[in-house]
Design a protein around this ligand. Structure first.
Ligand code: MET
Ligand SMILES: [Zn+2]
Length: 765
């Protein structure tokens, strides 16, 4: 019997229980005990769900209160000193590293003021991990035994699990040196970290774990020589240790063949490969298996919501069986299911035909089980028939294909993707028109999404208030935000985005070709979850989407008001995309819809327009090469198609966040002004890279993921740092990103300090 396996299950709860309770804990409304109890409940539910679905290999330690990489940092004591000096309980150390902590002293506790560690994209997904941050003084040792505890917890429920750990090479390589140790290469710590890996693995084995899923996803990246060779060093050492469980080396999100030499002959009990993303690697990766090693065939998509095509998958798995034998093959999800929503059954509003095309995490459990059964010769014919019917219905549906969109797409040429004049000429007319001071200040768009906003949005959704009442409410929010910005003296204002639940979903809901869910949440980072809309067919814009709010906001002020749109690549990346047409086609369709919106904004008098592309970096193919250069080309083309229909004196902004951005990747967008998340970038070399960026730029000055308030002096110092390498006449002053997750109090204080610092330099220059 071929076994089925799941690499990880969403841990947020079917109804976002984890978020609600984590945030309640942060707000001091519930105690740690209650939060821990909720975590336990979620784990129990997830394990039982998988058991009941018939999954053979069920993961444990895939749960986390914040991020699984951060958990490992805590477990291995990779905790910079600044987090340990307050005598915080472990859970609070975890959250302080994840999101920063600022707290006044009480009778029994010290005052705390510490920024978060850097958070970056998990490969090309919209999940973010907290970057392990190493110094010369890092002393690896086990801090507790979370993986063992969770393994035993499942065992106590009568469920045998396979614990998951990020492997040593990936863990180190995904990290970075702390600011006090910039010369440190994390991978050089390999031999120092292996003893703690050994220790935790021994403990797992002692607790009864027979096998551990050891994730080495960095194998899908271009790896420097010393990292490639680290695999052999690491796994040879682990293989020599006494009393370890078997290790299944798990890769996902891409093709590992360029690094095949690094894992050939590794002493592990098996390998997992992602054949959804990279089916082409099959022959080569199978060729490295020794007679003993198992092959985990990742065939059920952990990154998207389309129903599996059983006939194709079964054929694929059969091919694997032929090569290595049924007893060695495992049918698996391509990656953790963390990236998919929990349960399609909770979608009550989806059109029945469309719903039948989807499969969420819970449904994917039965998919791996059914495929495993089918290739083992069990009779699953009714499941196969239903599946074939769903696949056919999607392919042939009118909802999928729109001839008018396809015709417009075929007419895109250079004239549609080039601004009328080059940047220097635009700059001259824009200077004259907007007359902004040196160090112009602005924000990235969203202002605090208060409880009041959420309540009113829900009321409107439920029909408890009328459209007029809702509009009135939104207008009052806009007015509040505009007045506030005038008071603190910001230069380019925004309307605050109170009408937007999410920057992609908001537009998705107004575009034809999209479907959206009511409960399809996916963790993006920490307690922030997103509900990606789903691109089901050709995309077009029936009517204006954002003009009303921006025009209203502009009517309230004489200062320039920035209209806010989400760019084509980000709309694509933060949606569940179609898998039947290319990403390029989907992106360009979106860009045409956005072009109409940009032009409508300009015509309505909103002539500073920001088109956010925070996801442009995450979409970058993981390896250098043709696919990557093609991507950069169509991504930039999409942005320009969206934004180049405007006059020279219309100022186009763009915004990027979440990851290490290469300035060369955004030059071709030709935006007049860009803002970039930057506050946690300490490496002067990185700042230097941006000094040649030709257009204007705002390097984000404070972390919006943290409630911490930087002082004016801190802003002054940071701006001063950047000014050492960065020219003052291109310098915009702004936060890292939008302020939607922040409260008003810290927003007011931080922005006031930021504007004061800008004024300080304005006088100085
Ligand atoms: C993740 S990028 C966010 C940009 C958006 N305009 C905002 O401020 O919320
Ligand atoms: Zn952002």
């Amino acid at each position: 019997m071929v076994e089925s396996s799941v690499l990880g299950f969403p841990r947020i709860g079917a109804f976002r229980e984890l978020k609600k309770n984590t945030e309640a804990y942060w707000a001091g409304k519930i105690g740690a005990d209650q939060l821990l109890a909720v975590g336990k409940e979620i784990r129990e539910k997830n394990w039982k769900l998988q058991k009941e679905a018939g999954v053979d290999i069920i993961p444990s330690n895939d749960f986390s209160y914040y991020d699984q990489v951060l958990d490992l940092s805590l477990l291995f004591n990779v905790i910079p000193d600044r987090y340990t000096k307050f005598d915080l309980p472990q859970l609070d150390v975890l959250f302080a590293m994840g999101r920063g902590l600022q707290r006044k002293a009480t009778e029994s506790t010290k005052a705390v003021d510490v920024t978060a560690l850097e958070m970056v994209k998990w490969f090309d997904s919209n999940y973010h991990y907290v970057r392990p941050t190493f110094s010369h003084s890092t002393e690896f040792k086990l801090n507790g035994q979370k993986p063992v505890d969770e393994y035993l917890e499942a065992k106590a429920l009568g469920i045998e699990t396979r614990p998951v750990l990020v492997g040593p090479v990936s863990y180190l390589y995904l990290g970075k040196p702390d600011k006090d140790s910039l010369d440190l290469k994390p991978i050089s710590l390999l031999e120092k970290i292996l003893p703690v890996y050994t220790e935790i693995l021994q403990k797992l084995a002692a607790a009864g774990a027979k096998e551990v899923q050891i994730d080495e996803p960095t194998l899908v990246l271009d790896l420097p020589e010393e990292v490639q060779s680290a695999f052999k060093t690491a796994y040879d050492i682990l293989a020599k240790a006494e009393g370890l469980p078997k290790l299944v080396l798990t890769t996902y999100f891409g093709d590992v063949t360029p690094n095949l030499a690094a894992i050939k002959n590794l002493p592990v009990s098996g390998f997992h490969f992602d054949f959804v993303r990279a089916p082409q690697q099959f022959d080569e990766v199978v060729s490295i298996l020794s007679g003993e090693q198992t092959l985990s065939v990742g065939i059920v998509d952990g990154r998207n919501i389309w129903k599996n095509d059983f006939s194709k998958s079964i054929a694929f798995v059969k091919k694997a069986i032929e090569k290595v034998g049924a007893e060695k093959v495992v049918v698996a999800t391509s990656s953790s299911l963390l990236h998919t929503p929990v349960d399609l059954e909770n979608e009550k509003k989806l059109d029945a035909e469309i719903k039948n095309w989807f499969s969420f995490a819970t449904q994917k459990l039965s998919e791996v089980v059914t495929i495993a059964k089918a290739v083992s010769g069990a009779d699953v014919s009714s499941a196969l028939e239903a599946n074939a019917a769903a696949v056919k219905s999607r392919k042939e549906s009118d909802l999928t294909n729109d001839a008018a969109v396809e015709a417009r797409l075929s007419k895109i040429d250079k004239s549609l993707s080039t601004r009328k004049s080059p940047f220097p000429e635009r700059l001259t007319v824009q200077k004259a028109k907007y007359n902004l001071p040196l160090f112009p200040t602005t924000t990235i768009g969203s202002f605090p999404q208060t409880k009041d906003i959420r309540i009113n949005r829900n009321k409107f959704a439920k029909g408890e208030i009328t459209a007029e009442q809702y509009e009135e409410f939104i207008n009052s929010e806009i007015e509040k935000v505009v007045r506030f910005q005038e008071e603190v003296g910001l230069d380019v204002l925004v309307h605050g985005e109170p009408e937007r639940n999410d920057m992609v979903q908001y537009f998705g809901e107004q575009l034809k070709g999209y479907a959206f869910t009511t409960n399809g949440w996916v963790q993006s980072y920490g307690s922030r979850y997103v509900r990606p809309p789903i691109i089901v067919g050709d995309v077009s814009r029936p009517k204006a989407m954002s003009v009303k709010e921006s025009v209203y906001a502009q009517s309230l002020t004489k200062k320039p008001l920035k209209g806010m749109l989400t760019g084509p690549v980000t709309c694509l990346r933060w949606s569940f995309p179609r898998d039947d047409v290319s990403q390029k086609v989907q992106s360009l369709q979106l860009s045409l819809a956005l072009r109409d919106e940009v032009n409508d904004l300009e015509a309505a008098g909103v002539t500073v327009i920001q088109v956010d592309e925070p996801a442009i970096r995450e979409g970058l193919p993981l390896r250098a090469g043709q696919e990557r250069s093609d991507y950069l080309e169509w991504a930039a083309e999409s942005f320009r198609v969206a934004t180049s229909g405007v006059r020279d004196d219309t100022q186009i902004h763009s915004h990027f966040c979440y990851s290490d951005l290469d300035p060369n990747h955004i030059k071709a967008l030709d935006a007049d002004v860009v803002s970039i998340e930057f506050s946690k970038k300490d490496d002067p070399k990185y700042i230097q890279e941006f000094s040649n960026y030709p257009n204007h730029i705002g390097l984000g000055l404070f972390d919006i993921h943290s409630p911490r308030i930087p002082s004016k002096e801190e802003f002054v110092a940071r701006i001063g740092e950047i000014l050492k390498v960065y020219p003052a006449d291109k310098f915009w002053v702004n936060p890292d990103c939008g302020l939607k997750t922040r409260g008003w109090e810290e927003t007011k204080a931080s922005l006031t300090n930021m504007v004061d610092a800008a004024k300080f330099y304005r006088e100085k220059y």
